[in-house]
Design a protein around this ligand. Structure first.
Ligand code: MTE
Ligand code: MO
Length: 199
């Protein structure tokens, strides 16, 4: 590496070929990207809700934390081009949460404290692909990274992983969320570089 690259040497890491999607670099940092201030909701006021199904369903924090959990290690890919390898999370699978609801909908809009939203197909939340994560790196998920709990959908660009998530709205049609309304891609597959609408 040439001396003028020194500033990047600390943070940019080598990745095995094929491990990182096109146009991404690997970082050891965990950047914080938030469109607004970090909300602080007391756990006693926190719920996770799924609306738009046959009947609305909601879990208190205690009920949510009594659900079966999974620990997983995965790579994450931000549309601003950083990827982070082998991040370890603890969370409740969306298979468990959506399994508690009867619905006939192809899409969800995830919603968060602070007003952030993002849209996803239901199919991308099922089959062991998505979690509501409350733990990171063996400890609780920090507030700046979405604690007490965030959506984790690592196979899509990380803007789909809504921080401070409070629930899902099931819907028949795919309606854009916060960044999608600003021109980001409706689906956001990092392997196909679906960064912006039209990619
Ligand atoms: N509620 C909320 N969730 C959010 C965001 C946000 O601004 N608000 N930013 C998204 C974007 S663009 C990215 S890259 C990741 C960043 O997560 P991090 O701050 O933990 O790295 O969160 C996503 N989820
Ligand atoms: Mo992002």
């Amino acid at each position: 590496m040439s001396p003028i690259s020194r500033g990047f040497r600390r943070r940019r890491q080598e990745a095995p070929a094929g491990r990182v999607p096109p146009g991404q670099y690997v970082t050891g940092d965990f950047p914080v990207l938030s469109a607004g201030p970090t909300p602080h909701t007391a756990l006693s006021n926190w719920t996770f809700s799924i609306d738009g199904g046959r009947e609305p369903k909601s879990w208190t924090w205690e009920e949510f934390r009594a659900l079966p959990t999974e620990t997983l290690t995965t790579d994450i890919h931000c549309v601003t081009r950083w990827s982070k390898l082998d991040t370890t999370w603890e969370g409740v699978s969306l298979d468990v949460l959506l399994g508690a609801v009867e619905y006939d909908a192809g899409y969800v809009l995830a919603f968060s404290d602070g007003g952030y939203t993002t849209n996803l197909p239901v199919a991308d939340l099922l089959g062991g692909q998505a979690w509501v994560a409350f733990g990171y790196g063996g400890g609780p998920l920090g507030a700046e990274h979405g604690g007490p709990a965030r959506l984790l959908v690592p196979h899509l660009y990380f803007w789909k992983s809504a921080k401070w998530v409070r629930g899902l709205r099931l819907r028949a049609t795919d309606e854009p969320g916060f960044w999608e309304n600003y021109g980001y891609h409706m689906y956001g597959d990092p392997w196909r570089e679906q960064r912006y609408a039209g990619d």
